[in-house]
Design a protein around this ligand. Structure first.
Ligand code: FE
Length: 204
């Protein structure tokens, strides 16, 4: 089986935000899909390791901001490569506004946002799938939506060239370079926290 075939699946990229008590938080997901039109309902799938996951499970509410091709890498560094468990990602982030449901959404590099209320949860082991009604929505710009493929080609920094004759392993998610012939199977990327399966071997 060639797992690279999975890269042929097309995804969008979104900032998923939640609020629990007075604490606001958010993360990046690529797993939002409209599932029915009547009612207007979508599914998101969120890693249980994410603080945002626990906040949505506790409150049943989230906002989904649709990123555009104008999104800078700093948005991914802020929402994707840090954990809300030990850092406040929201206070220092400027491009945001409060929606009617009291949760933030991302402005500037998004073409719209959806406010959602969870109606069903499905336990998928490492992740939970939340099925949710869209309770509010706003269009913010006409900029094209960011796809995962566009992110990899144009937004993510290009990996540094490996020195001649050396083997390096490049993180497909964030571009981090690990130098060495063998990547330990339990290796975790220090930047984006993805595992060894998301590294690609590059030989120069
Ligand atoms: Fe990484």
């Amino acid at each position: 089986m060639d797992n690279k075939a999975m890269f042929g699946l097309s995804y969008g990229l979104y900032v998923l935000t939640a609020k629990e008590g007075t604490f606001h938080n958010g993360c990046i997901i690529n797993t939002a899909i409209q599932v029915t039109t009547t009612p207007n309902r979508l599914s998101i799938t969120v890693n249980k390791a994410n603080k945002t996951h626990d906040m949505i499970k506790a409150t049943g509410l989230f906002n989904l901001s649709m990123l555009t091709e104008e999104a800078p890498f700093s948005v991914f560094q802020n929402f994707g490569f840090k954990s809300g468990k030990n850092e406040d990602k929201i206070t220092g982030f400027q491009d945001k506004a409060l929606a009617a449901n009291g949760l933030y959404y991302v402005t500037g590099c998004t073409n719209g946002y959806l406010s959602c209320k969870v109606v069903q949860e499905i336990d998928l082991g490492t992740h939970t799938m939340f099925i949710a009604d869209v309770t509010d929505a706003e269009v913010l710009s006409k900029a094209p939506s960011l796809t995962y493929a566009y992110y990899h080609k144009n937004v993510k920094p290009k990996p540094q060239a490996a020195p001649a004759g050396k083997t390096v392993w490049v993180c497909r998610i964030c571009g981090y370079v690990y130098e060495g012939e063998v990547l330990p199977p339990d290796f975790v990327c220090p930047i984006c926290k993805h595992g060894a399966q998301d590294f690609e071997k590059v030989v120069r």
